[in-house]
Write a protein that binds this ligand. Structure first.
Ligand code: PLP
Length: 729
């Protein structure tokens, strides 16, 4: 689970290890699998189809792997095991075989005796996709229906029973990849053994069950079952399909007749050897490679305890009694999966969001939606999964890292039900809360904050938070005790706390905040609604502004937070946007605002950068950018030289939410060095660099790929940049 242990790098004191808790997505390749793959490449590199001795050696390697697979899944004959590229291919092959047979009988008889295909609504997407695809391609008129599930993801057996006599193919998974739910097979076995069920073929997706629950495919009576090596510590690109003796089969890939003509193409011998070695270890209870059930339960308990300590109101998205111990799917109200993933990632913990998030859209998980979970639970879901080849020490490390992420979130008031105590309140937040900043919540609430220079008053503009939530957020920033002036009347009729005041509505939308400075005066203008430059000019002529000044505007109606900010120039009654032209050039690529890590390494030698960590404070709290850079440089050059190199740099933590204040500072102090914005993946830093460039004209760069690119292990493959150069891209 901890990658630093497994690579040749030793754990450095100042750098955290990576805790990998996303085993349901893929697993690390176990050393025994690495050795077996290497042996297959170095010692047994022959083609298993060759009849000379080198070929025969390779074949014997392959057959030993097949035998291990047969034992692991409880198949009768090794001929029932067909090696392939993985589960997606296995799913296609099984579906194609059944639908092709149906298509043939439809052509002969002009009708289908069994015209239904049923699949669990929480199946991996490859299943419904393959069913619809092959039914269309083969032009077979089957009715494809999703079996509803209950709130614990268990298939509705009445639904299946009612349709079984007309069903040609039933597809169910043994263990769900998102929730870890073990599908109870007993009622299905009984149904398929009954007169109504006979004649229905049964496909089982066994991917997430292998190594976690016992599998006896022959006893089960399944006709097809797919498996994938990379889900159980073998490499990617190897898997196998169990095809019970005598069931319909049409090869998906034809050619050289490998795998007894059932799957052509020269076999992936290194992959099969590696997977075979893993399966041998699985078959040998004494191998010590995999944790037993009691240990898995202990690991689950440790993780559950750590999570509940951090998030006492956490909700498990499925009753854990129905699940394999290795998967925990949960949601925390008020904390989005993106925020949790960012906090976990910063603390070195890799987990998966139960829903796919893109920067602008959040799509719920089809599995949790099928279970009719409330929308917020589906949208906030996190899946944490470990594998049976992880150790209990790995789990202890994971718990410590989870606790670090939880404390960072709490200290920065990101857990609504767990406000930080005043002694915990993020020091950083207090510091950041001077001047102008933005508050945002994962539910999309926001407010602009403006703390007056004497620090006694805080103006709140364009606030969509409920009063109590706003109060909590302000207290957390250490500014709850200042006089709070809401620029608009709050929407709720709740009484305001005594030191709060609300001004009457719209006429405050053009409130000017003068910030006299040695060089320029910077009024700040809040624009809760979209306002044209003409409208603004007329407002400004009535205000007694200096003849020449700059104005920071925050447009509450802008599509994205970063587009909200603008700096306008007020020049003797003429108002112009400084940034329009620069913005167009930067977004059209005429001005380069991104640099690669290789360019950064070059630049570090001679340029003086201000490195801006634009992640949120709950992320920076567990991973300090300066320490990361020192660690990375220290791997290539001596620690002393690395420190000297870093002395060229200055560091600052300025999350996106606090960038407006930084803009003002940039405008007032003439900055002499370049700014390098860094975040986790390079998305937020790109927004920040574009904004800085657009509004202030300063030389701001974003590190492409973010920290992920910096921390990427060095491999023998050419880097992205050199590929670009050689291909003339
Ligand atoms: N089935 C399940 C339950 C899975 O979890 C996955 C992978 O996520 C697949 C099928 C597809 O497996 P593969 O990556 O081998 O194609």
């Amino acid at each position: 689970m901890t990658t630093a242990d497994r690579s040749s790098q030793s754990k450095s004191k100042d750098m955290q290890r990576t805790i990998y808790l996303d085993a349901n997505a893929t697993t690390y390749t176990h050393p025994i699998a690495l050795i077996a793959a290497r042996e297959a490449m170095e010692l047994c590199f022959g083609n298993p189809s060759s009849t000379h001795i080198t070929g025969l050696h390779a074949r014997s390697f392959l057959e030993r792997a097949r035998e291990a697979a047969r034992t692991a899944v409880g198949a009768c004959h090794s001929e029932e095991i067909i090696f392939n590229s993985g589960a997606t291919e296995g799913i296609q092959t099984a579906v194609f075989s059944v639908l092709n047979q149906l298509a043939q009988s439809y052509r002969q008889l002009g009708k289908l005796e069994r015209f239904r295909v049923l699949y669990g609504s929480t199946e991996h997407k490859a299943v419904p996709a393959a069913l619809h695809h092959w039914a269309t391609v083969l032009n077979v008129p089957v009715e494809i229906e999703a079996i509803p599930v209950n709130s614990n993801g268990i298939c509705d057996h009445r639904f299946i029973t009612e349709r079984i006599s007309e069903t040609a193919l039933l597809c169910t998974m043994a263990v769900n990849n998102e929730t870890g739910v073990i599908q109870p097979f007993k009622p299905i076995i009984e149904l398929l053994a009954s007169p109504l069920g006979q004649g229905c073929l049964w496909f089982v997706d066994g991917v997430q069950a292998l190594g976690k629950i016992p599998l006896e495919l022959t006893k089960l009576g399944a006709h097809y079952a797919c498996f994938s090596g990379h889900k159980l510590n073998a490499p990617k690109g190897i898997g196998f399909l169990y095809v019970r003796d005598g069931v319909p089969y049409t090869p998906l890939i034809v050619g050289g007749g490998q795998e007894r003509g059932m799957r052509s193409g020269t076999e992936n011998l290194p992959g099969a050897a590696a997977f075979g070695r893993i399966l041998c270890a699985l078959n040998d209870t004494q191998s010590g490679v995999f944790l037993g059930h009691a240990d898995l339960l202990e690991a689950q308990l440790k993780l559950k305890t750590a999570l509940l300590e951090c998030f006492p109101t956490l909700q498990w998205n499925v009753d854990l009694a129905f699940c394999v111990p290795t998967t925990l799917n949960f949601s925390v109200e008020g904390v989005s999966s993106k925020e949790l993933m960012n906090a976990f990632d910063a603390a070195g913990v890799r987990v998966s969001g139960g829903s796919a998030c893109s920067s602008s859209q959040t799509t719920g998980s089809h599995v949790l939606e099928a279970m009719h979970l409330q929308k917020w639970r589906s949208q906030n879901a996190i899946r944490l999964s470990f594998g049976p080849a992880d150790s209990l020490q790995d789990v202890d490390d994971a718990c410590a890292a989870i606790r670090a992420a939880g404390s960072a979130l709490q200290a920065h008031c990101m857990i609504p039900q767990r406000p930080a105590r005043s002694d915990q309140a993020g020091q950083l937040l207090q510091h950041l809360s001077s001047g102008i900043s933005e508050l945002r919540s994962s539910q999309g609430n926001r407010a602009w904050l403006l703390r007056t220079e004497d620090k006694n008053n805080t103006l709140v503009a364009d606030c969509t938070f409920a009063l109590n939530e706003l109060n909590t957020k302000l207290s957390c920033r250490g500014i709850g005790d200042t006089r709070i002036i809401l620029l608009e009347q709050p929407q709720s009729s709740d009484a305001l706390p005594s030191h709060w005041q609300a001004l009457s509505s719209r006429n405050c939308s053009a409130l000017l905040f003068h910030r006299p400075d040695a060089h320029i005066t910077l009024p700040i203008l809040f624009l809760p609604t979209a306002t044209s430059l003409e409208e603004l000019s007329s407002v400004l002529t009535t205000a007694q502004l200096p003849k020449q000044t700059h104005i920071l505007t925050c447009n509450g109606a802008a599509a994205s937070p970063m587009e909200a900010y603008d700096i306008l120039s007020w020049n003797d009654g003429v108002l112009t946007s400084l940034s329009a032209d620069r913005g167009t050039k930067a977004s059209s690529g005429q001005i380069q605002v991104e640099c690669t890590s290789a360019e950064l390494a070059q630049n570090l030698r001679h340029k003086h950068f201000l490195v801006l960590d634009v992640r949120e404070p709950f992320e920076s709290a567990t991973s300090h950018l300066d320490e990361i850079l020192l660690h990375l440089l220290g791997k290539r050059i001596s620690k002393k030289a690395a420190q000297a190199r870093l002395s060229h740099l200055s560091f600052d933590v300025v999350p996106l939410s606090c960038l407006p204040q930084f803009l003002l500072e940039c405008m007032s102090k003439s900055r002499t060095h370049d700014i390098l914005c860094v975040c986790r993946s390079g998305q937020r830093s790109l927004q920040a660099a574009q904004l800085l460039h657009r509004t202030t004209g300063c030389n701001a760069l974003s590190l492409r790929g973010g920290l992920a690119a910096l921390l990427a292990p060095s491999t023998s493959l050419p880097s992205d940049e050199s590929i670009g150069q050689t291909s003339g891209r």
